[in-house]
Design a protein around this ligand. Structure first.
Ligand code: G3P
Length: 272
């Protein structure tokens, strides 16, 4: 499973690549806003075009997803092409992120505009990461339209299930991959019992039909979700910087380090 960093923070991206474990970057408007505000907060003047260019250079040819902000088919296609034309020449690694459905509510007329945009951008040779996926059938349609990546949002499904059950939880709290029983009833969202199950069903459909699409597990907030994404065969997991760091932590590892370090005989340490 490839690991992407879910961040627009250049310092985090540089560190992640420096560790040699990062295979790509995903950004979205909220992550970019946060990263830029952090820099502006320290008195820095940020030129957004230059800032994004630096992220692309650090990623050095590995995929970097840039999201459109428009919400209709024509405009998403136009903006997607513009972003690709502007930034892809830097390192040849721009993926355009398109919401699977840009509508704000059920009666909106733009439901298929995301799918149309994926189809059109793909036909122009622009790779698309289809985002905001909450059902396997959304992933299926996005793959049919030609998306290179489909991004199921695992953590947000878990949030939804927990909220509907009236549970108290923190954003990073683990939610079981097999779902939770409440009042002898399994919590579910139209047959999906957890974010990881959503990822798993997307993987099954994509692989069953041999689509040239990779499932990019997104909205992962803790290492156990990363493990479970790998166990269900996600092709990629995109992770906040903090989750990448947390993946290496265990109190027995620290304890083992202390014990081994205490036992070092000087002769061994000085072997030449
Ligand atoms: O990769 C999608 C991600 O940025 C959303 O994460 O934690 O806000 O649901 P989250």
């Amino acid at each position: 499973m490839k690991i992407f960093i879910d961040s627009a923070d250049l310092d985090e991206i540089q560190q992640g690549y420096g560790w040699g474990v990062v295979d790509g970057v995903t950004t979205n408007p909220s992550l970019l806003k946060k990263a830029v505000e952090k820099r502006v907060g320290t008195g820095e003047r940020v030129d957004l075009k230059e800032y994004i260019s630096r992220i692309l250079e650090v990623a050095d040819g590995t995929p970097v997803s840039l999201e459109v902000t428009e919400v209709t088919g024509e405009k998403m296609i136009e903006q997607g092409k513009r972003l690709h034309e502007l930034f892809n020449p830097i390192a040849g690694n721009v993926y355009i992120k398109i919401p699977v459905n840009p509508a704000f509510k059920e009666i909106d007329a733009t439901h298929f505009d995301g799918i149309r945009a994926i189809r059109e951008l793909t036909a122009s040779g622009i790779p698309v990461n289809c985002t905001l996926i909450f059902t396997p059938e959304q992933a299926f349609l996005a793959a049919k339209a030609g998306a290179k990546f489909v991004s199921p949002f695992a953590g947000r499904i878990d949030d939804d299930l927990r909220k509907s059950a009236g549970l108290q939880f923190g954003k990073e709290d683990y939610y079981p991959a097999e779902g939770m029983e409440m009042d002898a009833r399994l919590l579910e969202d139209n047959g999906i019992v957890s974010g990881i199950e959503l990822v798993e069903q997307c993987v099954k459909i994509i692989e069953h039909y041999g689509f040239a699409t990779e499932v990019l597990a997104a909205s992962l907030r803790n290492p156990r979700q990363v493990r479970e994404s790998a166990l269900v065969g996600a092709h990629i997991a995109t992770l906040p910087f903090g989750v990448i760091k947390d993946m290496l932590k265990h109190h027995k590892t620290y304890e083992g380090m202390e014990l081994f370090t205490a036992d070092i005989v000087p002769e061994y340490a000085n072997l030449k």
